[in-house]
Design a protein around this ligand. Structure first.
Ligand code: BES
Ligand code: MN
Ligand code: ZN
Length: 495
């Protein structure tokens, strides 16, 4: 979808559809008032007759309104006056864009940035509108031979403004567009099946991105990974013929002396569980076990699109977790790059095994902060469902920064404990630690495992098992937490 800012009078704009808001009690947004006046009070009349529901998110499509140049008008309900939340705002934009699209318009002009939401600025609302509208337009049909017809979606959306767009508004539009591209990339990668989206595919995606946007990408192959001593990572890849990769991305938008932020993404392109095989039902969804990696790539896409002044490193350990005659077995003991030994009691707890070596590798950057992102545990899905990311951190200021970024981007996290008491569960009789801590607090003990490898820098872990994917009829990748990570990085440039 194409986005622009458009300065025009709502009643004069020759658009296929103009979108305005209506509060309960019959009060139109400023653009709505202009349309009402131009149509000699027609909109007010309809509202009085209860023909224009103002309930939050309900939409009415009107055709050929006298006195209004646009072909269609969509009136979207904003609920009670002063009650609009960021969620309500996003839902209203989404509903209106869908109503315009399914009403047959291919382009629309929306006056949403004037809909006031507590704690947000016009530029915030611009960025959210672009993100949400792009979400509505997203399709994943590259693997269908017959594509759905074009009707039912907007190709262009203009954001209406009353005076000449400010530099901040232009920047917000550009940031929204870059973010949407990053989210779409993460979704595509999560949706692609594992026979297409292999470790090699993730590596070429990284390389292409680096070439297009001039940042450095290095892909370490099996022998390089072996030389580094990543015995834990390599134990996971033993059961598959698909070669593993360790992808390193380095973007230098900041000053030379500024320490980088390192993002580490879990890149299991398919998780069968290995010898500790998963049950068959729903196993197809384990193609999204590379969503941590996808969100790192998506965040890079967003950050380079915004040319953010930050130094950013992306690390992606990526492989398949398969059972075979050569696979690791329960009870096997491996030595991680850090020198710590691990008794693998369950081969299905493989995410932490590839991440721990990447966390050790991250030490060489003397990072300002390391954030790892992983579809790590089913237990996190049980704890927080599809709403919040499970967040763990060894520094309070880093935790707070992620919480704040989560609220601002509406891609929220909930902090979970990393208390030492839980470390007990990882005791092994035969090695320095076991790779599982039993059923209780499964998401916490996974984080506690990782904490043992992240002692040398400020670190946060995001368990995205519940939020990276939507199950059910409309199943697919959500592109989260690209909005969170991007907002977190934007805010670091504003300190
Ligand atoms: N990739 C899974 C976690 C997962 C489960 C992600 C459901 C998304 C949805 C991970 O590798 C895994 O299998 N974890 C195990 C850990 C257990 C063996 C300690 C789990 O959660 O069951
Ligand atoms: Mn697993
Ligand atoms: Zn997994």
């Amino acid at each position: 979808m194409e986005f622009s800012l458009k300065q025009s009078q709502p009643e004069r704009a020759r658009s296929a559809c103009v979108i305005v808001g209506l509060q309960e009690g019959g009060k139109f947004s400023p653009a709505g008032q202009a349309l009402d006046k131009a149509s000699s009070g027609y909109l007010t009349q309809l509202a009085k007759r209860d023909d224009l529901p103002a309930k939050a998110g309900s939409c009415t499509l009107l055709h050929a309104v006298d006195g209004i140049a646009a072909t269609r008008v969509v009136v979207v309900g904003l609920g009670a006056a002063g009650s609009l939340t960021l969620k309500g705002y996003r839902d209203a934009v989404s509903a209106a864009v869908r109503a315009a699209g399914s009403g047959g318009a291919r382009e629309a002009l929306i006056y949403c940035t004037e809909w006031e939401v507590d704690g947000t600025s016009v530029t915030d609302r611009t960025r959210h509108a672009v993100e949400v509208a792009a979400e509505c337009a997203y399709r994943f049909d590259s693997l269908k031979s017959i594509k759905e017809p074009a009707r039912g979606g907007l190709a262009k959306l203009a954001l209406g403004v009353s005076s000449r767009p400010t530099a901040a508004e232009e920047r917000a539009l550009q940031q929204g567009t870059a973010l949407a591209a990053g989210v779409a990339l993460a979704k595509d990668l999560g949706n692609l099946p594992s026979n297409v989206c292999t470790p090699g595919y993730l590596a070429s995606t990284a390389r292409d991105l680096g070439k297009a946007h001039k940042f450095k990408v290095t892909v370490l192959e099996y022998k390089d990974i072996l030389k580094l001593g990543m015995g834990s990572f390599l134990s996971v890849t033993k059961g598959t013929a698909e070669p593993p990769k360790f992808i390193v991305m380095e973007y230098s938008g900041g000053t030379k002396k500024e320490k980088p932020v390192v993002l580490v993404g879990k890149g299991i392109t398919f998780d069968t569980g290995g010898i500790s095989l998963k049950p068959g039902e729903g196993m197809d969804e384990m193609k999204y076990d590379m969503s941590g990696a996808g969100s790192v790539l998506g965040t890079f896409r967003a950050v380079v699109g915004m040319a953010l002044p930050v130094n950013l490193v992306g690390l992606i350990p990526t492989c398949e977790n398969m059972p075979s005659g050569t696979a690791i077995k329960p009870g096997d003991i491996v030595t991680s790059m850090s020198g710590q030994t691990i008794e693998i009691l369950n081969t299905d707890a493989e995410g932490r095994l590839i991440l721990c070596d990447a966390l050790t590798y991250a030490e060489r950057y003397d990072p300002a902060a390391v954030v790892d992102i992983a579809t790590l545990t089913g237990a996190c899905v049980v704890a927080l469902g599809n709403v919040a990311t499970g967040m763990y951190a060894n520094r309070d200021d880093l935790a707070k920064a992620l919480e704040d970024a989560g609220h601002a981007s509406w891609d929220r996290v909930w902090r979970m404990p990393l208390w030492d008491d839980y470390q007990e569960q990882l005791k092994s009789n035969f090695a320095d630690m076991a790779n599982i801590g039993g059923r209780p607090a499964g998401s916490v003990t996974a984080a506690c495992f990782l904490a043992r490898y992240a002692k040398k820098y400020p670190w946060a872990h995001l368990d995205i098992a519940g939020i990276a994917w939507k199950s059910g009829r409309e199943k697919g990748s959500t592109g989260r937490p690209v909005p969170l990570l991007t907002e977190f990085l934007i805010r670091r440039t504003q300190r």
